[in-house]
Design a protein around this ligand. Sequence first.
Ligand SMILES: Cc1ncc(C[n+]2csc(CCOP(=O)(O)OP(=O)(O)O)c2C)c(N)n1
Length: 279
Amino acid sequence: MITTLEQRFDVAAGRRRCLRYRQRILEISQQVTALHVAPAFSCLEMVDLIYHGLMRNPGNRSHAGTPDSFLMSKGHGCLSQYVILEELGVLANSDLQRYCTPIGQLGAHPDFGVPGIEASTGSLGHGMGIATGMAYADRIKGDDRAVFVVLSDGELQEGSTWEAIMMAANLNLHNLIAFVDLNDFGGLARMSEGHPAFYPVLDKIQAFGWEAIEVNGHDAGAMYEGYCRRSRTQPFMIVGKTVKGKGVSFMEHVPIWHYRSPNKEEYAKALGELGEVSS
Ligand SMILES: Cc1ncc(C[n+]2csc(CCOP(=O)(O)OP(=O)(O)O)c2C)c(N)n1
């Protein structure tokens, strides 16, 4: 039985943090010609909940004690992780300033070896297998650790993801917690239009032997409640229905924002739409 800390999650504080993180990501967007804004905005509430509500010792650089693990399997969404690691002090402000430059250590996808990054991801379909292996290794060693992983609909188009999902169920890895950022885009087109057989996702996950729920992936309270109510006998998945580009109206559901920096006017408009962080 895992004993992941289940302190009450302050939903309002999470909302304030996510606003700050969106602002910070937009700020970084002005340093580079292109970056994955919309993929990061899509999964931000999930990543925030994992770091600030579910993981134990998330800012522990040395991995001493019993820190839980987090894998950003949809690696191109890593700005959501970088800005949190910056706030936790795992990454320095200068790291973010050098994002995607030859002298920096942060690329457009997470690289193993960078503080806080536990696996190199970005090639879709590998994170679930790595997370399954890590959770199994922890079980064998008798370590009381949880492994959290964030996937995307694009990753559920990769057969390797389903192999790992099946294996995790075979092994009853109840220390493995997955989130799917289900924003209906698996590239430039809508999954529901190009791949209707992909749905319903929840039924498929359950049929593969997982305990799973489907909720609004921007509703941290609902995700947290579902997490706390899980039975702890099987691997657990939160299928979170999300909006790609969430928070900025002209980015929401618009494929070009998968990988594009806003120009000055767009930047100002986006910041204006996000509004102020209230204390
Ligand atoms: C194996 C593999 N094939 C193709 C790509 C190119 N690629 C990058 S992101 C992406 C799809 C993005 O959709 P999704 O994974 O659902 O992410 P999100 O919509 O959440 O940004 C693709 C096809 C890749 N990174 N890896």
